[in-house]
Design a protein around this ligand. Sequence first.
Ligand SMILES: *Cc1c(COP(=O)(O)O)cnc(C)c1O
Length: 361
Amino acid sequence: MIDYKLHIPGPVDVSPQAYEAMSTRVMGHRSPDFVELYQSCQPQLQELFQTQDPVFLSTSSAWGVMEGAVRNLCAKKTLCCMCGAFSDKWLDVALRCGKEADGLEAEWGHHIDPQILDSKLATGEYDLVTLVHNETSCGMMNPLEDIMKVLAKYPDVISVIDTVSSFSVVPIPKDLWGIDVILTGSQKALALPPGLALLTVSERAFARAEKIDGRGYYFDFIEFLKNHEKGMTPSTPAIPQIHGLKYTLDKIFEEGVEARHNRHAKLNDMVHDWVEQKGFTLLPEKAFASKALTCVSNNLEMDVAGFVKALKNEKKLAIDGGYGKIKGKTFRISNMGNETEDTMTHLLQSMDEILPRFLPN
Ligand SMILES: *Cc1c(COP(=O)(O)O)cnc(C)c1O
C-alpha cells in the first residue's frame, strides 16, 4: 500500500482525475476511435512544443527515444554535452549503439558553456549534439537559447534536446530557436504515470534519418512519421497513457500555459526561500537553478537518509536523498506537475517539523 505522496523529481504525483481518465475502456489501435484520440492531442501538443513539426508518442520511457535519436541521426560523430547523471549516461548510450561519440564535460551543477561548445563544433567532427536542458540529477537548467544560437552556426549539426524535466515548466520555443528534436517523458512535469515518451522531429532531422542505416524498427523516426500521417503509432501504444495525456492537455490549456509556467516559478521560489532560511545552499550555480526541482547541497551535514525516511514514514511525503555520486551530499525536492501553494507549504512545514532531529548537535 502506497500511503505517501511523491515529491521526488520523477515520477511525480498523479491526480485521481488523471488515473480516472486512464481507466477509459481500451480500443483497437487501428480503429477510428484511436485515430480520433491521437489526432485530438496533436494541436495541443504542437502548441505546447511550440512547433509545426509532428509530435510522436512512443510507448517507452524517455531513454527509448534518447537512444533512438542517436541511432536515427548520427552518421559521423555525436557530441554529448555532459553535466550530470542523465547527460553523462547519454555518452555511454551512444557508444553502446556503436556510434562514435565524445563528451563535452562540465562539473555537476555547472552549465554547458556555449563558447566551449562553439569551439568543439568548429572542428567539424560532429554531426549530432545531445543536450539535457534540465539536469534533474543536480537541479541545473542549461542556457538553451544561447546554446541554440551556437548551433545555428552549424547547419549540418542536428540538435537533440532532452526536456524530460523542463517540458511545460518553462517556455521552450522549438521552432523559433531552431531545435531539431525535443523529447520528454510522461512521468515528470506532465504528472502522468511512466510509460510514454513524447518527441518532435524537424524536417532536417527526417532528411538525415532517411539516409542512415541501422535505425532499427521500434524507434525509427521514419516509421513514426508514416504512421503519424494516418493518426497512428508504429506498434500498439500504451492507450491508457494517451487517454491520460488527453486529459492532462485539456487541464494545461484550461489553466493556461503561461499561468502554468508562472505557477512552477513561484513554487520553486518557495523552496529556494526555505533553503536559504535554513542555511542550506543550492548545488547548482544560482543563475542556472532549475524551476522544476531544487537540488539542495547538504552543507549543514544533515543526516539525509534519516530525514528522507522520517519524512516518508511520519509525514507521508517522499523527497529524494540525492542521485548517484551526490547521494547524501544533496537532496532533491520536486515542484513539478500539479503542485500548488498549499501542497508546497504543507511539504515545507512538514520538513521544518522534523529537520532539527537530523542536524548535527
Ligand atoms: C527522468 C529523466 C530521464 C529518464 O527518463 P526515463 O523515463 O526513466 O527513461 C532522462 N533525462 C532526464 C533529464 C530526466 O529527468
